[in-house]
Design a protein around this ligand. Sequence first.
Ligand SMILES: Cc1cc2nc3c(=O)[nH]c(=O)nc-3n(C[C@H](O)[C@H](O)[C@H](O)COP(=O)(O)OP(=O)(O)OC[C@H]3O[C@@H](n4cnc5c(N)ncnc54)[C@H](O)[C@@H]3O)c2cc1C
Length: 278
Amino acid sequence: MTPPHPPGAPSNLPPRRRVSVHAIERATPRVVCLRLRGVELSGFGIEAPGVHIKLILPPPGVARTPVPLRYEGRRAIFEDGVAPPFLRTYTPSRFDAARLELEVEMLIHGDGQASNWVQNAKVGDEIMVAGPRGGWDVPRDGDWYLVAADDTAIPAARQVLGALPPKPRFIFFEVVNELEQRPTGASPWPVSWLFRGHDASLAGRLLEGHIRGLTLPGGRGYVWIACEAGAVRRIRKHLIEDRWLDAGQLVTRGYWKLGVADHPDGDYGQDGLDHHGP
Ligand SMILES: Cc1cc2nc3c(=O)[nH]c(=O)nc-3n(C[C@H](O)[C@H](O)[C@H](O)COP(=O)(O)OP(=O)(O)OC[C@H]3O[C@@H](n4cnc5c(N)ncnc54)[C@H](O)[C@@H]3O)c2cc1C
């Protein structure tokens, strides 16, 4: 079933799929694994590792994401008195086409609208999903691969690991403590789990430190990194300016930014740094 296109919505608006919360489980003390189901998930697919979706979530105390009355350009207009929904970016960590079931692993990180929403979510709540978009077309010619992720990016990193050719790889996952470790799939290459503690201002520091200290092999390597946006910038700068990797070897994504709500998901951490030398 093709999801309906909202009345008057711009033709390039990704389809909005109505889904309901089918199950809520704790994957770790800080990660909620949400299973979403709905006939409008028909045709959904995870075509490439690291794709993302938008969860369109209702305001606090509302069990169903409201639907706009109409659109003015890309702006959704709601009935008077209806509080509009909000959007946040997540990774579809698994999709079961037979059950039309989509799994999302949402981090409870503190005071954020989505983080608060998931703590109060109930089976039967109805939300909407847009996407998927993005993803990495993994280059097959790498002699080695480096994958680094914080707790928001572990679902995407798992997909990336599953798509890599059997070449040496360096894998760093940063979480607050050992209780936050999650399954990473069968692989002969070990994952280095880094425990940063609960101070969010230190997010990405351990990833950065370990990457700076890493002895990389020769040959052409590829890097996939997603974590806090400031850390992404520092790591990208290091890889380009100190390691002489070129932009084509790097996929870097700021998945969230310290002190910023709803950080844009198009943050590739580049900021004009992609050049060698002055
Ligand atoms: C492509 C992509 C895929 C993503 N996939 C996932 C995923 O699968 N699972 C997942 O949990 N997240 C994922 N994220 C990250 C998620 O979108 C952000 O953490 C988002 O900010 C959460 O929204 P919120 O409403 O809870 O907080 P916001 O309202 O956006 O932010 C409120 C405050 O919380 C802070 N904050 C936000 N995230 C964190 C954090 N992780 N740790 C500490 N402080 C934080 C902000 O700095 C801000 O001060 C992804 C992001 C992108 C771009």
